[in-house]
Write a protein that binds this ligand. Sequence first.
Ligand code: SAH
Length: 258
Amino acid sequence: MTGPKIRLHVEQPLAAGQAIALSEAQANYLFAVMRLGPGAAVHLFNGRDGEWQAEVAEAGKRRGILVCRAQTAPQGAPPDVWLVFVPVRKDRTAFMVEKAVELGAARLVPVSTRRMNAERMRIDKHQAHATEAAEQCEATWVPEVAALQPLERLLTGWDPARRLYWADEDLARHAAGGDPAAPAAAGARAGAPVSPPARGERAAILIGPEGGFTTEERALLRGLPFVSPLSLGPRILRAETAALAALTLWQASAGDWR
Ligand code: SAH
């Protein structure tokens, strides 16, 4: 194959000989932006049927047809880790969504907290970022970006079998030599959760807003049996850095980075 591998997420079923009619946006991307013509190869995935090599059969300005030739990868699945985050500024949230998909998060769950400081969140835009990231990083699935909901509501309906790693910025202050007697700091070391994540566990990582968690939110989190406080070292990270660092730690010890 010459040139970069071009991957496209589609909704249609994929099977040998299956014809795929492109949307206007897809046709524009393949034929106007990437300048493909008839006979060119494109890789397709839909989150169910693995990855398929397809060939451009018809290339129009606003439409086009691809035909599936052969499966090039089986259907995969990410490890079962969610990123629960508070939307920050639009471009930083987009960055966080993109990187979380690349790092192998299975689901992105935006929550609102008291100190949330963001304009209204466009879930459809962020879902599109997630799809683009999946296309780029050769995943065969696209993580769902859930609807924005209050943190308290999410915690009320939480499945206790899913462990929630709470990236707690207060632990950074203790790690840096602050009040060593704070209960949340007990047993938490920089870069390591209170007890190590286990392979195959269902997990989620909670990252707070730029303004941090309030005293009430901290008390709520501390009282929940499925919550494990997580320190990310002695410096206060921006929310998007914290999300990447926490996902990296979890993936390296319990995820699919073998
Ligand atoms: N302004 C807040 C910090 C917010 S940082 C304050 O001064 O307290 C944004 C989020 O990133 C935090 O809510 C936390 O979830 C995460 N975070 C940042 N640095 C961290 C660290 N060193 N350890 C654990 N979590 C951290």
